[in-house]
Write a protein that binds this ligand. Structure first.
Ligand code: ADP
Ligand code: MG
Length: 252
């Protein structure tokens, strides 16, 4: 038993092996190898167009790949079908644009997927949604529709919605890039809490102070490749490549 559990814990939650992807002639992901362990927070940084969003989207097959493989908890993600839907539902996704259902209430936004996909009874789904909304500090907005909330509040709802699916990991693609500056902190605070609680997270961000604080590991991408990878203190203090040095200077 003991040995079994140890073996299970060694399986990465997310694993990409030799992943390649083109958009037509453009080689957007070049031999990407990435392994994210349970409870690990991996921050992905790099210049615009380097492939960060595509990387996130390939993890749950919102984009197809040309070659290589992607595994969620050791299971290879197939191209399509029920198994894909199941694996996809285990990975939460929070985008730059909050992507809430505009005509549904905040509460409904958080309960729809648990009811439809996890077949949770309505009462239970609502109770849990209210707890999650409270956790991200917007439970008093539950009856409103998204447009009545600030951007920062909407993004916190998007995080609650992801949590409601009990995901094995959450991918964040520039979750604060569309926010007014005064709202960035409240969203980063919620993410910092999640990290402390042990949530497995992959975060694309340009918030370097946050990255330094929250990351277990930083990945620097450029031109579709992972150029550098390391502990935040090493990466930020001693970037090894010219490209990473230039990038860090440009965002200072
Ligand atoms: P990042 O998130 O790092 O800014 P992206 O992953 O969005 O980078 O994009 C990587 C490259 O792929 C860019 O050159 C972008 O223009 C291109 N690209 C992204 N999505 C598509 C698409 N659907 N069709 C064609 N090219 C795309
Ligand atoms: Mg992007």
């Amino acid at each position: 038993m003991e040995e079994n559990r140890t073996t299970v814990n060694k399986v990465p939650v997310i694993e990409l092996r030799h992943v390649d992807k083109h958009f037509g002639e453009l080689h957007v992901l070049k031999d990407i190898n990435l392994s994210v362990k349970k409870g690990e927070v991996v921050v992905v940084i790099g210049p615009s167009g380097s492939g960060k969003s595509t990387l996130c989207r390939t993890i749950n097959r919102l984009e197809t790949i040309d070659s290589g493989e992607i595994r969620i908890d050791g299971t290879k993600v197939p191209e399509e079908g029920r198994k894909l839907a199941e694996l996809r539902s285990q990975i939460g996704m929070v985008f730059q644009s909050f992507n809430l259902f505009a005509h549904k209430t905040i509460l409904d936004n958080v309960t729809i997927a648990p009811m439809d996909v996890l077949h949770k009874p309505k009462k239970e789904a609502r109770e849990e949604a209210m707890e999650l909304l409270k956790r991200v500090g917007v439970d008093n907005q539950a009856a409103k529709v998204p447009a009545q909330l600030s951007g920062g509040q909407q993004q916190r709802v998007a995080i609650a919605r992801a949590l409601a699916m009990h995901p094995k990991a959450i991918l964040f693609d520039e979750p604060t890039s569309a926010l007014d500056p005064e709202m960035i902190g409240e969203v980063l605070d919620v993410m910092t809490e999640l990290a402390k609680e042990g949530m497995t997270m992959v975060i694309v961000t340009h918030e370097m102070n946050f990255a330094r604080k929250v990351a277990d590991r930083v990945i620097f991408m450029d031109g579709g490749s992972i150029i550098e990878e390391g502990a935040p203190e090493d990466f930020f203090e001693h970037p090894q490549t010219r490209r990473a040095q230039d990038f860090l200077n440009s965002v200072k």
